[in-house]
Design a protein around this ligand. Structure first.
Ligand SMILES: [Zn+2]
Ligand SMILES: [Zn+2]
Length: 379
């Protein structure tokens, strides 16, 4: 019998956070790709767009006018998916079961600048975003009708984000959403069995192995999880046990902002394109219980596969069986480690040499194909 080689042979990996498996097929990286190619949306954005409903001073669809904000700006979503006054009534007729779900949907503008992304923002400005997440967690989580505060960002047209203005969302719900419920159950069971939080033990093991670490600072570690599904999926984990945003010290808030800047700039470097993703934070429920099993963390799920224009789809076996990936998390972590964090804005000005993964377009502008891959471009 041959030995299982995780870099060469098909295998499945267990996700202890959800209790689910992912199929990994490293040998398939050699096959030719003839799937769908995405076009990279044209950039060329202005600092202020008079037609953008998120820019400072502009009118929104419901007639409200945005203030002339200078850092972050939070408001209730004009087209909220949840209403705060949905009755808690339950319909229970055999296998037909439903219940009213109430909640609050907020929008958080990261910056008044229409043309920026987290990767292009200064760390000090991302700190203001982290402060806003802390405040929203406290305010929404403090309500008796809210059990979970889900913070997330959908970035890029490829992810279905209709507005390029840097912004995220906060959905606070009466019930735990599926992912939080699954992860909470698994973390509670692990704490019961081992006496330590699951993600604290997981981080310790990853730091010992050092195969999937992307970068680290004094308070946070970025890694490609062993069970990752998306090609360049990562997690940001705190070094100490932290249940939720409101437990972060001022130093940890700054360190989290630095970790977000570092990761998003690495992403932009991988294919030399403003990298699309869905990201979000999981934190402990706000139902008033202690939840010492919970370790707050961020998930980044980027859809890009092998260039700026090739996207991963979850279809076929993945829809009906298990998720599947070709590029191993170890290989993805190595590429992210090697991708020096890049600010696309300054890179455009200062002609930083492009990385070894040529892409046909960069920031929407056609690029001339380079003959020497690592040759610095003329200033
Ligand atoms: Zn805008
Ligand atoms: Zn999670």
């Amino acid at each position: 019998m041959t030995k299982l080689d995780l870099a060469e042979t098909s295998h499945r990996r267990f996700n202890p956070l959800t209790g689910e498996w992912v199929l990994v097929s490293p040998h398939r990286m050699k096959r030719p790709w003839q799937g769908k190619r995405e076009s990279v949306p044209a950039a060329g954005l202005k600092a202020h767009d008079p037609d953008c409903y998120l820019c400072a001073g502009n009118l929104r669809a419901n007639g409200a006018r945005n203030p002339d904000y200078t850092h972050t700006f939070v408001f209730d979503n004009d087209f909220a998916a949840l209403s705060p006054d949905a009755p808690p009534e339950r319909i229970d007729k055999g296998l037909i079961v439903a219940e009213g779900e109430s909640g609050v949907c907020r929008v958080l503008c990261f910056s008044p600048r229409h043309d920026l992304t987290l990767a292009m923002m200064e760390v000090s400005d991302i700190e203001r975003v982290v402060e806003a997440w802390v405040e929203e967690t406290i305010n929404l989580g403090g309500r008796p009708d809210i059990a979970a505060v889900q913070i997330f960002e959908n970035r890029g047209e490829i992810m279905g984000c209709s507005n390029p203005h840097p912004h995220g969302q906060i959905w606070a719900t009466r019930h735990l959403p599926n992912e939080m419920e699954k992860e909470g159950r698994r973390q509670a069971q692990y704490l019961l069995d081992h006496g330590r939080p699951l993600l604290v033990d997981y981080l310790a093991q990853e730091l010992r192995l050092s195969e999937r670490i992307v970068s680290e600072n004094a308070h946070f570690v970025t890694l490609a999880p062993f069970w990752a599904i998306w090609p360049f999926e990562t997690m940001i984990l705190p070094r100490r046990r932290i249940g939720a945003f409101d437990e972060l010290t001022p130093e940890e808030r700054s360190a989290l902002a630095a970790a977000l800047s570092d990761l998003t700039r690495r992403y932009d470097r991988v294919f030399d394109v403003s990298f699309p993703y869905s990201m979000g934070f999981h934190q402990k429920p706000t139902d008033g219980a202690v939840h010492s099993e919970w370790q707050m963390h961020a998930h980044f799920y980027p859809p890009l596969l092998r260039s700026a224009t090739v996207k991963k789809f979850m279809v076929g076996f993945e829809m009906l069986g298990s998720p599947q990936r070709d590029l191993t998390p170890e290989a993805a972590a190595a590429r992210l480690r090697d991708a020096a964090p890049q600010n696309l804005r300054s890179a455009r000005r200062s002609s930083i040499p492009l990385s070894g993964f040529p892409s046909p377009v960069r920031e929407g502008r056609p690029l001339r194909r380079r003959s020497g891959r690592s040759q610095p471009r003329p200033a």
